[in-house]
Ligand binder design. Structure first.
Ligand SMILES: C[S@@+](CC[C@H](N)C(=O)[O-])C[C@H]1O[C@@H](n2cnc3c(N)ncnc32)[C@H](O)[C@@H]1O
Length: 332
């Protein structure tokens, strides 16, 4: 029976104590392979423990906690995955999202108070990721999956011309989609070396290595070239401070031909749905802690764009990814 919490008169932190502990127990189950071990049928605790090579008493206690939180259920023959666990967590896919967020919350948030005291990120998020290849792979995989969902809609909105530059394009899915739809287009994807390894595989698999250049480097430092028709900055500005974004948008403007466009994909600052709003707030705090960024509002992004010499700024909420919007502006 899944745990159901009603707001009551008790301490306001108690539901969060349970939620944090439940998420941590679920993360341990994912790391140990509990849900995968139950895919072929229920197991009693001693057999589950033997399968996972863990302590039998600990396996039983973990399984009981997972029952309390609705991940497992008691059946004849021991413990079984509940239906939502079977659907979401027993195979690849959403499991990677939880493993990524568990690493962020239970490892990287250790220094959160330091970021808050100093106003500077206590963590170098991309260095932290580079030191954890599995987590980096999951991070790029999540973004790549999102690009699979939004790619068609985004490609229909960005006027790319003949040359597109994708800054922080990592997994390269947007460049691949655009090149597939525009046979004369050439794309350059700039990202840090570890992220580009993911992109390189995707570009090779798509047979587009002759039209997509993968360029390892820091987009704040390297020469971005000139006369591009479009520059993509997808999920980039939220990972930086406002001053750094103004400078980067100035560099982007210099790399575009007059009339060329910059396109920014970002999470909306606020959401109507309370869960989506809470996620946006947690996401924003995490960006502040790990990267010195935050989720920015459309008005502030619009100001930076105008200051960098862009006009005709339009924002398109994405049907394929509610809560995300594509902002497009033209170089004057
Ligand atoms: C949040 S991800 C967005 C990936 C992709 N644009 C998307 O929207 O799916 C940000 C990307 O920027 C890259 N990145 C961060 N700092 C960078 C820097 N200084 N120079 C180049 N790439 C950077 C990261 O490696 C990562 O792939």
């Amino acid at each position: 029976m899944p745990l159901h919490l009603e707001p009551g008169d008790g301490p306001p932190s108690f539901p969060d104590l349970l939620a944090a502990a439940g998420y941590r127990a679920m993360a341990a189950a994912l790391r140990l392979g509990v849900f995968g071990a139950l895919v072929n049928g229920p197991l009693p605790a001693p057999e589950l423990a033997a399968e996972l090579d863990v302590d039998p008493r600990g396996a039983g206690l973990l399984a009981e906690a997972l029952v309390a939180f609705g991940y497992l259920e008691h059946v004849d023959g021991g413990y079984a995955n509940t239906e939502p666990t079977r659907r979401w967590l027993s195979g690849p896919g959403y499991r990677d999202v939880d493993q990524f967020w568990a690493a962020v919350l239970f490892e990287s948030w250790d220094g959160l108070e330091e970021s808050l005291r100093t106003g500077r990120p206590a963590l170098d998020f991309y260095g932290w990721l580079a030191a954890r290849p599995e987590t980096l792979h999951r991070f790029q995989g999540m973004l790549s999956g999102l690009a699979d969902t939004t790619g068609a809609e985004v490609a229909g909105l960005v006027p790319v011309g003949a040359s597109v530059l994708d800054l922080g394009g990592g997994h390269a899915k947007y460049a691949i989609r655009l090149c597939a739809e525009h046979p004369a287009l050439r794309a350059t994807v700039v990202d840090l070396p570890d992220a580009l390894e993911v992109g390189r595989r995707a570009v090779d698999d798509a047979g587009l290595a002759d039209r997509i250049t993968l360029r390892a480097g820091d987009y704040d430092e390297i020469d971005l070239g000139a006369d591009h028709d479009a520059v993509l900055l997808f999920n980039v500005v939220h990972g930086r401070g406002a001053a750094a974004n103004r400078v980067l948008l100035g560099r982007v403007a210099a790399a575009l031909r007059p009339g060329g466009v910059v396109a920014l994909l970002e999470l909306d600052e606020h959401a109507e749905d309370p869960s989506a709003e809470a996620f946006a707030r947690v996401f924003s705090l995490n960006l502040f802690h790990g990267q010195g960024g935050q989720v920015y509002g459309a008005a502030e992004i619009g100001e930076w764009l105008a200051g960098a010499g862009f006009a005709d700024t339009t924002t398109h909420p994405l049907r394929s990814a509610p809560g995300q919007s594509l902002t497009i502006a033209r170089k004057r």
